[in-house]
Design a protein around this ligand. Structure first.
Ligand code: GLU
Length: 551
């Protein structure tokens, strides 16, 4: 029996030959330095922040080289695949501005001419290449049952040998074609394994774009390439896909580093050109001084819904991911705060190579505060409205009802050179401006802390004198402040801080104490944005009503 006959017997249903597939996936028409890369998740769960970082990098490297970034779904492990897995992945990512040039765009549809982009739809392709290997005597059917494999493993463990189906353990290599045909005709189940040409005692060197040169032993295990169900293993499938889709760079988690000898060998045996690798270490968390892996279970910030729920601007997350990607990004961004991330040229060699980066939520919070502070009031209004629509219905109603008023509140100390940085996320907004809405103010059990002035009559006198004698809706800021000073003079508070410091006993207190009384009576809080602006927005009538609570 010839190898060809044997291959036809094992894989009779292959529709196209591997040569035909090579023709169907011609070289891409791109510049020689264009990066073609992919995100290749299995549809078994939702992407986490580490995956987002990976996508961010892949997209940037593809974009800045005028290359291609595509989404390939690796669903050969049918048991772990979840329902609507693709749309779940896409939903989470699209909010983060990760758009793919090619690939799946829903659970069923795709764009691009290098598809299908879902491995379960590429069964024939993998089988065509498996057939090639059988014809070339580089692969063989293996009948070893689970029990047999367990027995081998137990023996290897007991005798302290390397585990796996290699060397003298790889017995099925020596089954004749005729015997194999007979066993298959008798109904025996089998997988297809690749004959490893590797020698464990020789080393290969892989030059990783992030980790640098790594030396590893060659693979000598006869890996399964086609499983009993006729579908390929991930290792085999991904190599064929990256070859046919003309991937130039693989950016992925470093849990795959140990598979590199196996992967490179598959590329070699199939006669494929190698891709370049950039393996990313997992993100870390500083847990009171000890570093550990960021965990989806323990750390809410590891999941992507967290950012939506909290209302952290996507742009802030992206800026933070850029600072993790390249150590020199931050300085560049400080110098060019209005530039787009897309103007920065990322480099693989500037990705930290000494283990995982610390994922620092405080740093992200800071970036976010800066980012929000530079938004126009109307833009911030729209964003908060959109956020509240999903996550805070009561606030959404207020926002919709008082659009212009809210925009003015948000505009206090904004749109100026050094804007106020009080919101790190959209969910902070209500917590800081609730008192500006009468509906909320009037329906709440309020607690006031007037700080230095504690006497009730004194508080009443300050408020009453102020509103009756010194407040006017039409005052400029200067006029307003000089009236506050006049109020202080009349009531025995120092209007000049220097004078107060020189002679504190001469006064009941100072101008700050008086402002605090007014501020607290209006808002309950002694920490608010500019008092003059608050007063103007409230207007005399509402100020009076709030003061009357103390008469
Ligand atoms: N499907 C693999 C995963 O989900 C992808 C590995 C790769 O990018 O090659 O981790």
């Amino acid at each position: 029996m010839t190898n060809k006959e044997f291959a036809d017997f094992l894989l009779p249903d292959v529709e196209h030959s591997w040569e035909e597939y090579e023709k169907m996936y011609p070289e891409r028409n791109l510049a020689s330095d264009a990066i073609v890369t992919r995100y290749a998740p299995s549809p078994t769960g939702l992407p986490h922040i580490g995956n987002l970082l990976q996508c961010f990098m892949a997209k940037r490297f593809a974009r800045q080289s005028n290359g291609v970034f595509f989404l390939r779904i690796e669903d050969t492990d049918t048991e772990r695949t979840v329902e609507n897995g693709v749309s779940k992945i896409l939903d989470v990512l699209k909010d983060f501005d990760i758009a793919f040039d090619e690939g799946m765009i829903s659970d069923t549809d795709e764009i691009g001419s290098y598809g299908p982009y879902m491995q379960s739809k590429r069964r024939d392709i993998y089988r065509a290449y498996a057939k090639k290997l059988i014809e070339e005597d580089k692969a063989y059917p293996s009948f070893a049952s689970k029990e047999e494999l367990d027995e081998i493993r137990e023996y290897q463990e007991a005798t302290k040998q390397r585990l796996g189906y290699y060397g003298r353990w790889a017995k099925d290599r020596f089954i004749t074609k005729e015997d194999a045909v007979k066993r298959i005709q008798d109904g025996e189940k089998y997988v297809i394994r690749m004959k490893s040409p590797g020698d464990f005692y020789k080393t290969i060197i892989v030059d990783d774009l992030i980790k640098g040169k790594m030396e590893m032993p060659e693979n000598d295990i006869d890996e399964v390439i086609i499983k009993k169900d006729g579908l390929p293993t991930y290792h085999f499938a991904h190599a064929i896909d990256d070859h046919l889709m003309h991937t130039t760079h693989v950016i992925r988690g470093d849990e795959w580093v140990s598979s590199l000898p196996k992967h490179l060998q598959i590329f070699d045996v199939l006669g494929f050109k190698h891709v370049k690798y950039a393996h990313l270490a997992p993100l870390l968390k500083d847990d009171d001084g000890t570093k550990r892996k960021l965990s989806k279970r323990k750390d809410p910030e590891a999941g992507l819904v967290y950012y939506h729920e909290e209302g952290i601007p996507i742009e802030a997350v992206m800026i933070y991911l850029a600072t993790i990607t390249n150590s020199n990004f931050e300085a560049w961004f400080d110098a060019n705060p209005n530039a787009s991330i897309n103007d920065f040229k990322f480099e693989f060699k500037k990705v930290g190579s000494s283990g995982g980066a610390i994922y620092d939520i405080d740093k992200l919070t800071n970036i976010s505060k800066n980012y929000i502070s530079r938004l126009k009031a109307s833009d911030l209004y729209d964003r908060v409205l959109e956020w509240a629509k999903v996550y805070d219905n009561a606030f959404y109603k207020l926002l919709s009802k008082y659009k212009d008023y809210t925009t003015s509140i948000l505009n206090i100390e904004r749109e100026q050179k050094k804007p106020r940085k009080d919101f790190a996320k959209y969910s902070d907004v209500f917590k800081q401006v609730w008192y500006m809405y009468d509906e909320v103010f009037d329906s709440k059990e309020l607690e006031y802390d007037f700080k230095n002035v504690t006497d009730k009559d004194e508080i009443k006198t300050i408020l009453k004198t102020y509103i009756e004698k010194y407040y006017s809706d039409n005052d400029t800021k200067e006029e307003w402040f000089s009236k506050i000073k006049l109020l202080c003079d009349e009531l025995g508070y120092a209007s000049d801080m220097k004078e107060y410091k020189a002679n504190p006993d001469k006064f009941k207190g100072n101008v700050a104490d008086v402002s605090t009384v007014i501020r607290v009576a209006l808002t309950t809080s002694s920490m608010t944005p500019d008092l003059y602006e608050l007063l103007r927005l409230l207007g005399k009538e509402r100020i009076q009503k709030r003061f009357e609570r103390f008469y």
